[in-house]
Design a protein around this ligand. Sequence first.
Ligand SMILES: Nc1ncnc2c1ncn2[C@@H]1O[C@H](COP(=O)(O)OP(=O)(O)OP(=O)(O)O)[C@@H](O)[C@H]1O
Ligand SMILES: [Mg+2]
Length: 212
Amino acid sequence: MILEAKNITHFYGNEKALDDVSIFIKTGEFVAIVGKSGSGKSTLISILATLLKPTNANMTLLNHKSEDIKDIDTFRKENIGFIFQFHYLINYLTVYENITLAVDKIDKNEVTELLKYLEIYELKDKYPYEISGGQRQRVAIARALVNKPKIIFADEPTGNLDSQNSDNVFKLLQKIARENGVSIVVTTHDLDLAKKADTIYEMSDGHISNYN
Ligand SMILES: Nc1ncnc2c1ncn2[C@@H]1O[C@H](COP(=O)(O)OP(=O)(O)OP(=O)(O)O)[C@@H](O)[C@H]1O
Ligand SMILES: [Mg+2]
């Protein structure tokens, strides 16, 4: 298991957003979390990704109990990749600069290989506003992969894409999990997309269940 999260409960003020959610994720597993708007998907994935501190939980990430992780920023940087619906690319930096912004030691050959793998090598000197939405999302994926994370969290990564591009993003995530053994956790409204995952969970009113 790369991630074991037990009994997560989360309140925003008096409102309970997650109610006793447990989820276990294996190395190289591609997990999709589906559910209606407001069901708790973003809250859950933010907690799993250590971006939001839960009201209550018992979490172990890469064999570290979350409360024992001293330098959470370094831990995140070394182990975790993020992809969001709004890609947060920086418009005055090129594709290449966006991808390598948070990299301490850039290995140019490795970055080139990654760009080619994601089929964005030809775009490396363009700016985000000069490329398409699907291409931007692949740049966001490259940025999440460049530090070689062991687990990637993606919250509605296809929320702004048409169905063809959404399909391509999910196929790409599937390929990354299979070929590189990276665990992937993705939320989506779209059950057809979710079916590309190894495991599907459904959120409903702050509760989680296996989808079948
Ligand atoms: N920052 C916040 N402050 C207060 N309540 C919040 C906050 N974020 C989310 N909530 C509430 O928590 C519940 C779960 O929200 P969450 O964003 O996790 O749902 P979601 O499944 O991601 O929805 P969507 O599909 O619309 O993105 C909702 O009732 C929402 O109103
Ligand atoms: Mg959400």
